[in-house]
Ligand binder design. Structure first.
Ligand SMILES: [Ca+2]
Ligand SMILES: [Ca+2]
Ligand SMILES: [Ca+2]
Length: 607
């Protein structure tokens, strides 16, 4: 074992050097380890930009490092300064939270918060001044590429910042007004005065420039207006015209309003309009042209009509290919908290988007390692892999995760579901979830700070701690995993036990093609917490990597079915038997919340 670990650590330093500029464009999406970071919360590399150049107080510029809802000062220069730390973990791709210029502060009086997260865009063509400049982003992308790392941008199409208001809703709630109750060709209801004469609606058969030329009056449901001071705030300028928005009030995320409604007041873009489609192709295509980024994570993708993606996705892939980026990775956020295994592949089929963030994997991992649910849930998720348009091989490109900036961190789920568990057990359960993430199918996404034992009190603002010394009391009061430090001091500790454990798991994956590209066969599952086993095999090759997990607090001793011709075995992690007990039957012993990784060498095949 010692020799193996030494060899692996040797691999890590080799890997840093191996991920060189000459080959990073050749790597497939499933070969990556993604590190997801919110730039405001990572490192403050330039205190001169903390207020984004905006005069006034906190409610003007949005900067208050003591308030979890405001900017804390992190920026692109800060991120640049810690690429060693990120690459040292083994990450090969950065997913940078949205960097575009945002409305600094929005919200009703007394409920204001800031655009530190980046999802309230006003200018789609430039970096938010709190984060730096477009030149800073170029420097970051070039530096990552020089190290053989990729950069994925986090982009938004569904909505802009909340700029457009409705006369009927000033100071009042703004309920959704449906197409049936408020058709486009009547003002203020089905019995209202005729407007937009000749407009044939926005369904897929009528998404043409000639039809949308007849849509000239935006007052079909409400009376939208742009406050004069913000008349030209959005860039490009066409985005300031209310005709390019749905203007139907707030979404409840149900039925029609899931794609047409405003996301809590954020201006919902009229993405059926071909002018809008071409506009966004131009906006985001230019980021590919100018910066050579390697992929897009698409925010709120399920709240945009599928025809938009049918045009946008191939246009981006074409743009990337022309730039010499053959494996541009596009993955949409289709957040689903139900285990209906058809939801994500259905979206992919309809929208022609080959990958989505794998919320079902996330639900299953948290259910297994935090909520003590049966391991059969995992088997159910993987059974759904065959529903993807290209079959189970498609599922290998799905970014998988065990926690994020919206839902919360895995360690938080573990702590909340097991309030009496010791810190050691919380650590073991969290590490078990990461062992699943880093060895099972999909592209692992590590949420920044997890490798430092961050826990958090919840989702959203409570899961967005600072890596630099934080001044937020509700971050700093939290007991972290694997350290006696808190988030009050900087958290770039490369000796943290979780950083080291993830580093080892990542090295295993990076150096074993079966763990990146192997198809899965579920070998053992059950109706209670406990044993879950999967074999991963490269198509057309013999030999398998057997992954065995124990999600229970009791040790497990079991026989696992394996390939009958697998006669010799060696350990990738843990203690593995060197031979099967009998053909097709392999013995494993697992500690509570433990995991094993064993690889077979078939008869007659050199190891
Ligand atoms: Ca700063
Ligand atoms: Ca609005
Ligand atoms: Ca929408």
């Amino acid at each position: 074992m010692k020799l193996l670990i030494a060899a692996l650590l040797g691999c890590i330093s080799w890997m840093c050097c191996a991920a060189t500029p000459h080959n990073y464009r050749d790597r497939l999406p499933q070969d990556e380890i993604i590190y997801f970071v919110l730039p405001d919360r990572f490192e403050n590399g330039d205190t001169s930009n903390d207020t984004g150049g905006i005069p006034g107080g906190k409610l003007d510029h949005g900067f208050d490092p003591t308030d979890k809802a405001f900017y804390h000062g992190g920026d692109l220069k800060g991120l640049l300064s810690h690429l060693d730390y990120i690459q040292g973990l083994g990450a090969t791709a950065l997913w940078v939270g949205p960097i575009f210029k945002n409305k600094a502060v929005q919200g009703a009086p007394g409920q204001e918060s800031a655009g530190y997260h980046g999802y309230w865009i006003t200018d789609f063509t430039r970096v938010d001044p709190h984060f730096g400049t477009n030149a800073d982003f170029k420097t970051l992308v070039d530096a990552a590429h020089a190290r053989g790392m990729k950069v994925y941008m986090d982009i938004v199409v569904n909505h802009t910042a909340d700029i457009i208001q409705y006369k009927e809703c000033v100071g009042k709630p703004c309920p959704y007004r449906s197409i049936a109750d408020y058709p486009y060709t009547r003002q203020g209801g089905a019995l209202g005065a005729p407007i937009n004469t000749g407009f044939s609606g926005d369904d897929s058969a009528h998404q043409t420039n000639s039809n949308f030329a007849k849509l000239t009056n935006p007052n079909w449901a409400y009376t939208p207006f742009v406050p004069p001071a913000e008349a030209h705030l959005k860039v490009p300028d066409w985005l300031n015209n209310p005709l390019y928005y749905h203007n139907r009030g707030n979404s409840t995320f149900r039925g029609e309003n899931s794609t047409y409604g405003d996301f809590v007041g954020l201006d919902d873009v009229f993405t059926e309009n071909p002018h809008v489609v071409q506009g966004f192709i131009g906006i985001y295509g230019k980021w590919i042209d100018d910066f050579g980024v390697d992929g897009f994570r698409i925010d709120t993708a399920k709240h945009v009509n599928p025809e938009f993606w049918q045009a946008f996705v191939p246009a981006m892939l074409t743009r990337a290919k022309a730039k010499g980026i053959p494996h541009f990775h596009i993955f949409g956020e289709v957040s689903e908290n139900e285990l209906d295994i058809g939801v994500l592949p259905r979206f992919a089929r309809v929208a022609h988007m080959s990958a989505t963030l794998d919320f079902q994997f996330f639900d299953a991992v948290t259910d297994l390692v935090a909520r003590n649910l049966p391991t059969s849930e995992f088997a159910r998720v993987f059974a759904g892999d065959d529903l993807w348009p290209g079959g189970a091989a498609d599922a290998e490109q799905l970014p998988t995760f065990v926690g994020n900036h919206d839902n919360g961190r895995l360690a938080m789920f573990v702590r909340q579901a097991n309030p009496k568990a010791t810190l050691a057990e919380q650590y073991q359960r969290t590490l078990l979830g990461y062992a699943m993430l880093l060895t099972l199918r999909g592209v692992p996404v590590i949420y920044y700070g997890d490798e430092q034992g961050f826990v958090g009190h919840g989702g959203d603002q409570d899961a967005r701690e600072d890596m630099f010394g934080s001044k937020v009391a509700s971050f700093n009061d939290t007991v972290l995993l694997g350290t006696i430090s808190t988030t009050a001091t900087p958290s770039f500790n490369t000796d943290h036990p979780l950083y080291i454990a993830l580093q080892e798991l990542i090295a295993l994956r990076t150096h074993n093609a079966a763990l990146r590209r192997g198809l899965q066969t579920v070998r053992a599952t059950g109706d209670s917490p406990g044993l879950f086993a999967v074999s991963r095999k490269l198509p057309g090759e013999r030999g398998e990597v057997l992954l065995v997990f124990n999600t229970s607090s009791l040790p497990i001793s079991a026989q696992i079915r394996v390939d009958a011709d697998a006669t010799t075995w060696h350990a990738l992690h843990g203690t593995c038997a060197t031979a099967p007990t009998a053909p097709a039957s392999y013995h494993v012993d697992l500690a509570p919340f433990g995991y094993l990784m064993c690889q077979s060498t078939p008869t007659g095949q050199p190891k």
